[in-house]
Design a protein around this ligand. Structure first.
Ligand SMILES: *[C@@H]1O[C@H](CO)[C@@H](O)[C@H](O)[C@H]1NC(C)=O
Ligand SMILES: *[C@@H]1O[C@H](CO)[C@@H](O)[C@H](O)[C@H]1NC(C)=O
Ligand SMILES: *[C@@H]1O[C@H](CO)[C@@H](O)[C@H](O)[C@H]1NC(C)=O
Ligand SMILES: *[C@@H]1O[C@H](CO)[C@@H](O)[C@H](O)[C@H]1NC(C)=O
Ligand SMILES: *[C@@H]1O[C@H](CO)[C@@H](O)[C@H](O)[C@H]1NC(C)=O
Ligand SMILES: *[C@@H]1O[C@H](CO)[C@@H](O)[C@H](O)[C@H]1NC(C)=O
Ligand SMILES: *[C@@H]1O[C@H](CO)[C@@H](O)[C@H](O)[C@H]1NC(C)=O
Ligand SMILES: *[C@@H]1O[C@H](CO)[C@@H](O)[C@H](O)[C@H]1NC(C)=O
Ligand SMILES: CC(=O)N[C@H]1CO[C@H](CO)[C@@H](O)[C@@H]1O
Length: 463
């Protein structure tokens, strides 16, 4: 019985002993309190039996015992260390308790955990840069494709490269005329096998010199100073070479014409030796032909007129020049000249300067302006052809008076009727009309005969 008591006392002691052993030093647990607690929150002790922390772990620690520390590049999620989701700035590890990036995301990354590519970047590294999506849309962040297609002339679906046949920084340039229809390099526009005929390397977008037109098949005209014409329009930058005209300087003005306002027009005047005028200026390079003057030798020299400047002016008053077109003298003629040309004498005058008066021409006719001859004979008793003197044996203002009986049958003075050498025998007086010895009848008879004879003579002269 006593043994039973003793035995149960020992057991009791043992129990007590065990109970006492549970009371470990702070931050220790387990049998014999041989284990240290983990990293409990706020430095609290853990359960002395199990070692569990009551209110969770200190930052960056996990596990029931808060004895697991996450490595750089991982963070605690559901009590486990998992890989950081994204990429923090400067590739820093993410916050081990939250998984976020304490100093922000690395370039090209975004999202709460910097786990997503920023707009316009793609692929697992967010190193891909979006192409040229239509409407400036952003590309898919995983595969980089544009959701609704590309900007014009970019290649689907990534819109990074130019569509075939285009090149340039914005794929806005069409390939030139590559030989055999080849496609140009989409970056530099170079045609791989050279150009079609008439185009030049490297891009085959420019015509060979001196060619133009959509296919570079047209030849430039004659541009001034040998310049190249515009490849689009074919026009010359500084106008045409001398003598050429037309929009493309491909029309040559023929001799005798020149370029005026883009057209070939007739030379205006007459050049020396009838040379053609200068085709670009219209002037006469070696001067004017005789009788011509003016910038273009287009005007008659003073003193000449008509279309050929062959007309010589007449005697204009005071030596004025005549009109260069029709030859008339604007202020009238010199004395005795005939208006309007002042070339001929006034009727009734003749001589080199029309200074001589015509004689007594029959019917008041004008005499020949050069010779002074009367065309149709004289007024009665005047001597043909000039009709300026009396017929022989006539005298007086109107030559109507008969001479007397002058010696040797000579005519009397036409002015006075005097017989200057004296009278015939039997006659006397200054006019020798006074009979000295002959019978009156005889004298009268003789006078009648003489009168008839002389009138007959006058008639034959005027015929
Ligand atoms: C973990 O990251 C921190 C902060 O970047 C750094 O100071 C530390 O040295 C890193 N530890 C290891 C073991 O690389
Ligand atoms: C991690 O995040 C927590 C909560 O925001 C913060 O208290 C702690 O200081 C952060 N750790 C570091 C190393 O910045
Ligand atoms: C991501 O970056 C690494 C290292 O720079 C590289 O080797 C890999 O090819 C990249 N991946 C993609 C999809 O760009
Ligand atoms: C890229 O991803 C989007 C969305 O998942 C998909 O619709 C599209 O077909 C993909 N494009 C390519 C070229 O893989
Ligand atoms: C050819 O094309 C390239 C790219 O578009 C451009 O940079 C270059 O100026 C072009 N060359 C000529 C001579 O036009
Ligand atoms: C240019 O070439 C094309 C194709 O060869 C042709 O159809 C067109 O008529 C040509 N144009 C001219 C102005 O020669
Ligand atoms: C025509 O005139 C121009 C300009 O004065 C000159 O340069 C050129 O030599 C002339 N032509 C001839 C054929 O003299
Ligand atoms: C001369 O004739 C004119 C005109 O017929 C006349 O007036 C004049 O009297 C005549 N003179 C003489 C001297 O007969
Ligand atoms: C678990 C453990 O270490 N138990 C030990 C406690 O102490 C006694 C006496 O020293 C040991 O015998 C146990 O092994």
């Amino acid at each position: 019985m006593l043994f039973d008591y003793v035995a149960s006392f020992i057991v009791l002691l043992m129990l007590v002993n065990k109970t006492l052993s549970v009371d470990c030093e702070s931050h220790r647990y387990g049998l014999n309190c041989s284990f240290d607690c983990g990293h409990c929150k706020d430095g609290k002790p853990c359960s002395t039996e199990t070692g569990n922390c009551f209110d969770g772990c200190e930052d960056e620690w996990t596990g029931k015992l808060c004895d697991i520390e996450c490595k750089n590049g991982t963070y605690i999620s559901n009590g486990k260390c998992v890989k950081c989701q994204g990429l923090c700035k400067d590739r820093a590890p993410c916050n081990k308790s939250t998984g976020t990036c304490d100093n922000g995301c690395d370039d090209h990354w975004t999202g709460k955990f910097c786990e997503e590519c920023a707009d316009r970047f793609y692929n697992s590294n967010c190193s891909g840069i979006c192409g040229f999506c239509i409407n400036d849309e952003i590309c898919d962040k995983y595969n980089g494709s544009c959701p609704n297609g590309c900007l014009e002339h970019y290649k689907e679906p990534f819109c990074q490269d130019c569509e075939q046949g285009f090149h340039g920084e914005y794929c806005d340039k069409e390939c030139g005329k590559c030989r055999d229809g080849a496609v140009c390099n989409s970056f530099n526009g170079v045609c791989p096998n050279g150009c079609e005929d008439n185009w030049i390397l490297p891009n085959c977008t420019v015509c060979e010199p001196y060619r133009y037109g959509p296919n570079c098949t047209l030849d430039c005209g004659h541009c001034k100073h040998g310049k190249v014409c515009s490849v689009e329009t074919g026009t010359c930058p500084n106008g045409c070479e001398e003598g050429w005209t037309g929009e493309h300087c491909d029309t040559l003005c023929s001799d005798g014409t020149y370029v005026s306002e883009g057209n070939c027009v007739k030379c205006q005047g007459v050049c020396k030796d009838h040379a053609p005028c200068n085709k670009s200026t219209g002037t006469c390079d070696n001067g004017c032909s005789d009788h011509w003057t003016g910038k273009f030798c287009e005007e008659c020299l003073d003193g000449f007129y008509n279309k050929q400047c062959s007309g010589v002016c007449g005697s204009c008053l005071l030596g004025n020049i005549c009109d260069k077109i029709d030859g008339h003298c604007a202020n009238g003629c010199s004395t005795n000249y005939l208006e309007p040309l002042c070339q001929d004498c006034d009727p009734g005058f003749y001589g080199e300067q029309c200074e001589k008066k015509c004689g007594k021409c029959k019917s008041d006719a004008a005499c020949n302006t050069l010779s002074g001859r009367c065309p149709d004979g004289c007024v009665d008793h005047w001597a043909f052809p000039y009709c300026t003197e009396c017929e022989p044996y006539k005298y007086g203002d109107n030559c109507t008076l008969d001479c007397g009986h002058c010696k040797q049958g000579l005519p009397c003075s036409v002015d006075t009727g005097n017989c200057n050498t004296g009278c015939k025998k039997g006659w006397a007086g200054t006019h020798c009309t006074v009979s000295t010895n002959a019978e009156k009848e005889l004298t009268t008879m003789a006078l009648v005969i003489i009168s008839i004879l002389s009138s007959l003579l006058g008639q034959t002269r005027t015929e």
